[in-house]
Each structure stands twice: as structure tokens, then as C-alpha cells.
Design a protein. Structure first.
Lengths: 260, 345
């Protein structure tokens, strides 16, 4: 099987993010593999281990995004490609999904493309749907389990986690799959994996290599970013002789204040 | 300039999700500011009644695409059916649900336009429409605009806009649109409904449990459970029973912190926070949750936050209107019992 996993570099979720000169700043916090993408990388590697084939990790971003591709390699991906071009600076989801679809096309004969459910920074959660649409492949989003996969018959069956419950869906291959956290427990990179990844040369594809003829303009603009107004609250601590007494008094206060 | 503001109504088997009516509410506000009328549009199987119901919520026109093969939602096919009807539209609002994010993305590709997802507020500045969407799980707010591409598509976060009160006297007949629905790509083989649970994103009240749910040394697991991890999970389940009791007394949804999910106490579907669900209920009761920054990011927009924790210095108290420093194993049963008495009396 030929498997692709799309990943993004994001600030750590523990980062304190602020706005400085109209731009997002995360101070000294490290940049990491988008936490939701860890599950996608793990599932891609698990799928390869079960059915054979190769995993190619791709990321669109600045040169430093190589670090997250190296993490994917250290976890067990076979190859990695950075999509990097000045033409993609300020790219919105629409531009990114065109570039990713073209990269999947350039890799060729891909059976499965994995994504995380969203990025923890801009959190649009749209890239996989748009990439799938550009490819013309079925999308299986919010996947919590791959129940069956038969590469020779070109079929897979998954469980999707929807608002109303779990849906079991069968789909032909090739397909695009976005995964949720429940699907697996991402592995830590092995020592050997880290050594291999540190030596890897990661190719970089620009707009020309992807075959993009015209520049793609972002359709969504961000005129400003602000910090939410700090809500001033003073916590009223409930007193009482015992914990149970405090519980009863809390009930009384919630009703007095018409919270309930 | 008169606008036709389209609102896509998301539904589960013909029943609208509450956030669909909230989207109509948002569209009515924009129609007042920009001038124009609200056009509801529904796609599915047996959706005529739902399309007719849109008049009661304030739609001036209601359209529907009916196809028996759409009983199971497939974003590819709904997008293909819907795109021609929206070819001349300028503005499309969609409720943000687990179905519509996929649909909005695909529609935008088909119509060569763009989506701004998860909007919590609109500002009209002359002819410009700016939308506010939380990023970094609400740590920041992006004010975004789709200046040229049409229709500009926005998905609206649950509980960010107010649903209009239905006016039963406003009745009308929705217009059925002909549509070519392509063949299915995938096949739905089964659905396991989450029974009797209140959806986290729609809930007015949420009761959440954290790592602290397992900290009751007084509780002794049955002797046949010998594994330490299983004994811990058993303890946590006793704690979550108390959370569940309070939630059912209040008609609330049950949430959890990432620590509680990672420890195996509750399924991922219950997780609130930056890598779980982002919620904004009227009341959020955090039990045994210290308040890691990732959790706070997922619930800080709740109108009133209450916390029960043994640690008086837990960061969660900084966001709280009411706090109880105490053992949740004693506080919760007393709270539930007192509330049940008052609510019944």
C-alpha cells in the first residue's frame, strides 16, 4: 500500500499565545507536531505494518517544518516531503488543500491519505475535506477505528464518531481518512528511528514541482487578531462545617442566583 | 443592496439540530443590518416538513432538495446536489456540526469559494462582513473576512447565536428544487446511537470530572481486582457515577478533562478542551479538575463556572463564580440531593 500522512507544525498546546504587532506570538514555547496529527502518523504506520507498503509524510510550511517531518520519520514513516515555496506564504486552507492534493498526485498511486482532525492553532478542520474533494476521493472523517482493510479488494471499513453516535461506513480505496484521538496511542520515536531521521535528507517541492501554473491567492483574509477580553470574576468560596454542608450551601446559592 | 442570506439547515433524520435555528437567528440579524431576506435550504430524505418549519423561525423563503438516497448523509453527494442551487448566492451560513464542516469544505471547492469556520460573532462595517472565530482554542480571536469569493460561507458555533422563538402563525410551503444526486461513494453499514446522552456542544449545563475522580482512598475496590491500574479506574468510575447523578438531576451533559480520558476513566467523546470539544454552556461544573491551560481553553466561555476541588490553589478557581474546597465524594451527593429537592419542590 502507498500511504500518505499530512502533518502540520504548531505551537505546543501548553504555550501562552499572545498578539504582538498584529501577529500571533508563542514566546519561547517549542513548535511541535500538531498533537492531532500524531494519531494520523501512528495510524499510517500501523496500517503499513499490518499490510506492507510505504508511508510518506508531507507538510506544507516554512523550512523549520522539516522538524515535524523528522519526527514522523523517527516514529516510522519511510519518506517525507516538505512543500515549501514563497508562493505559499500566507496560504489559507483552500491553497493548502490544492497543494496537498497535487502532492498526493505527484507521489502517485496512493491508496490512503491520513489527516488529524484539525490543527490546534487555526483549527479550521477543513483541509482534509477540501483535499479529498480536489482528489475526487471519498472522505471518511472523524474516524475512531479502522475495522477492516483489504488492499487487494480496494476496500476499507471504519467507525466514525459523530454527534449522534457511531457510524460504520464502508468505502472503496483510494480514500482520505481523518482520525480522532480515540483511534490509537501514538508511539514514541525509537532511538534507531531518531538516528535515521536525523540523517534523512528531506526533499522540498515548490509550486513548479507540483505543477501549479498560476499563483493561488488566499480567499480568506485576517484583518486583525485580538486577545479576548479578560473576564473579571471573583470566586465566591462556599463555607460550611463539612464538605456535605458545603454541597448543600452551593445548591442554595445556585438557586438564589438563578443559575439553575 | 438587498441580500439573500442562505441558511443550510443541518438535521439528523429530518430533525433539525438546535444550532440550525441559531443560524437562522444570526441570518435574521444580518438581514436587518444588510437588508434582505433569509432563505432556508434543506437537503435529505423526507425533509419537506423541516423545510416548512423554517418559516416559523423567520425564513422568508424555504427550499429543499428531496432524495430518498440521501437518508444517510454523505458530504460529497449533498455538496453536489446543493452547489447548483447556490451558484448565485452571496452569503451562506451553516450551523457548525460534525457533518457540516465536511460539507462546507467541499461546497467551497465546488463553488470556487471559501469557508470561515466556527464563527462566534459577526460585525457589519458598511458593505464588509467580518466574522470572529476563536483560534488556539479560544486563547485568541481572529477577525476574518472573505472579501471577494462568493458565496462567502461561514459555519456558526453552537450556542454562540440566539435561536428565534418560533412563531407558529408564520406558515408557508417550501419549494422543492430539482437536483442531480450522484451515486454514493461510500456505504453506511450501521449506526450505533449514543443513547440518552445530552450532546456536549448543545448542552446548557455540563458537569465534568477530572483526574481527581479517582482520589478517594476510603473506597475499596472488590478484592478480585488486583491490578493497580484497574483499581484506579474502578475508583474513578465510582466518582463519575456521582458526576452522572448530578448531570441527570440537571439534564446536563457529562464532560471530562484530558487527564481523565488519558487515564482511561471515560471515552474520548466526553473530552472537553483544546484536543477535545470546545463548549460554552450556561453553567459548567468542574469536579476534581485542577484547570490545565488546555482544559480552560475548551470551557472558558461558559457563562458561569463552578469548581469543586480539594486544592484551594487550583487554577480553575480563577475562572469561577462559585468554588468549593472539599472532597467531591462528599460534596457531590449532598449537592445533587439538595438540588433534586429544590427542583422538585
Amino acid at each position: 500500500m502507498k500511504i500518505v500522512v499530512c502533518v502540520k507544525q504548531t505551537p505546543d498546546t501548553a504555550a501562552t499565545v499572545t498578539v504582538e504587532d498584529g501577529r500571533v506570538s508563542w514566546g519561547d514555547s517549542p513548535l511541535v507536531l500538531n498533537p492531532w496529527d500524531e494519531y494520523a502518523v501512528e495510524e499510517a504506520i500501523k496500517t503499513k505494518e499490518a499490510h506492507g507498503g510505504t508511508v510518506t509524510a508531507i507538510s506544507l510550511g516554512p523550512e523549520r517544518a522539516q522538524e515535524v517531518l523528522k519526527q514522523a520519520l523517527a516514529m516510522g514513516a519511510d519518506e517525507a516531503v516538505l512543500i515549501h515555496d514563497q508562493a505559499f506564504e500566507g496560504a489559507d486552507v483552500g491553497v493548502v488543500s490544492v497543494a496537498l492534493a497535487m502532492a498526493v498526485g505527484k507521489i502517485g498511486e496512493v491508496d490512503l491519505v491520513f489527516f488529524g482532525r484539525a490543527s490546534v492553532d487555526s483549527a479550521a478542520g477543513l483541509t482534509f475535506a477540501q483535499t479529498a474533494r480536489h482528489l475526487g476521493w471519498p472522505l471518511l472523517s472523524q474516524v475512531a477505528a479502522i475495522e477492516e482493510l483489504d488492499p487487494s479488494a480496494g476496500k476499507l471499513q471504519v467507525v466514525r464518531l459523530l454527534q449522534e453516535g457511531r457510524q460504520i461506513v464502508g468505502s472503496p480505496l483510494p480514500a482520505v481518512v481523518s482520525v480522532v484521538k480515540e483511534i490509537n496511542e501514538p508511539r514514541y520515536p525509537s532511538f534507531m528511528g531518531i538516528r535515521k531521521a536525523s540523517k534523512a535528507e528531506i526533499p522540498s517541492w515548490g509550486a513548479t514541482e507540483l505543477g501549479l501554473e498560476a499563483a493561488l491567492e488566499p480567499r480568506v483574509i485576517w484583518p486583525s487578531i485580538t486577545q479576548p477580553a479578560k473576564v473579571e470574576t471573583t470566586c465566591e468560596f462556599i463555607d460550611g462545617e463539612s464538605a456535605a454542608e458545603k454541597g448543600r450551601r452551593l445548591a442554595q446559592r445556585l438557586i438564589e442566583e438563578k443559575v439553575i | 443592496m438587498a441580500h439573500r442570506i442562505y441558511v443550510y439547515l443541518d438535521h439528523n433524520q429530518g430533525a433539525a439540530l438546535p444550532v440550525s435555528w441559531e443560524a437562522i437567528g444570526a441570518a435574521r440579524q444580518l438581514a436587518e443590518q444588510l437588508g434582505g431576506e433569509v432563505v432556508a435550504i434543506v437537503v435529505g430524505s423526507q425533509v419537506e416538513a423541516l423545510a416548512n418549519l423554517a418559516f416559523a423561525y423567520g425564513a422568508g423563503t424555504s427550499l429543499y432538495i428531496e432524495d430518498a438516497s440521501l437518508a444517510h448523509f454523505e458530504p460529497e453527494r449533498v455538496a453536489a446536489a446543493l452547489a447548483p442551487a447556490l451558484a448565485d448566492a452571496e452569503l451562506l451560513l451553516m450551523p457548525d456540526t460534525s457533518r457540516t464542516r465536511d460539507l462546507a469544505g467541499m461546497l467551497a471547492v465546488d463553488l470556487e469559494t471559501a469557508v470561515a469556520p466556527d464563527v462566534t460573532e459577526f460585525q457589519v462595517e458598511g458593505e464588509r462582513l467580518l466574522a470572529t472565530r476563536p483560534i488556539y482554542a479560544g486563547k485568541l480571536l481572529a477577525h476574518v473576512e472573505i472579501p471577494a469569493a462568493r458565496p462567502a460561507i461561514f459555519t456558526l458555533r453552537s450556542r454562540a447565536f440566539t435561536a428565534p422563538a418560533p412563531d407558529e402563525s408564520a406558515q408557508g410551503q417550501a419549494e422543492r428544487l430539482a437536483a442531480d444526486v450522484p451515486a454514493a461513494l461510500t456505504e453506511v453499514l450501521g449506526v450505533r446511537q449514543a443513547e440518552g446522552q445530552v450532546s456536549l456542544t448543545d448542552a446548557a449545563i455540563i458537569v465534568s470530572g477530572g483526574r481527581g475522580m479517582a482520589n478517594n482512598p476510603a473506597l475499596q475496590p472488590p478484592a478480585e481486582i488486583t491490578d493497580d491500574k484497574e483499581r484506579e479506574i474502578w475508583r474513578a468510575h465510582q466518582g463519575f457515577k456521582l458526576v452522572g447523578d448530578l448531570a441527570s438531576a440537571l439534564g446536563a451533559a457529562v464532560g471530562a478533562s484530558r487527564a481523565a480520558v488519558d487515564a482511561g476513566y471515560v471515552p474520548y467523546a466526553n473530552q472537553v478542551g483544546q484536543t477535545g470539544k470546545v463548549v460554552s454552556p450556561d453553567l459548567y461544573i468542574a469536579c476534581g479538575i485542577s484547570g490545565a491551560i488546555q482544559h480552560l481553553a475548551g470551557m472558558r466561555t461558559a457563562k458561569i463556572i463552578v469548581a469543586i476541588n480539594t486544592d484551594p490553589d487550583a487554577p480553575i478557581f480563577k475562572l469561577c463564580r462559585f468554588g468549593v474546597v472539599g472532597d467531591l465524594y462528599e460534596v457531590l451527593p449532598a449537592l445533587t440531593e439538595a438540588l433534586e429537592e429544590k427542583l422538585e419542590g
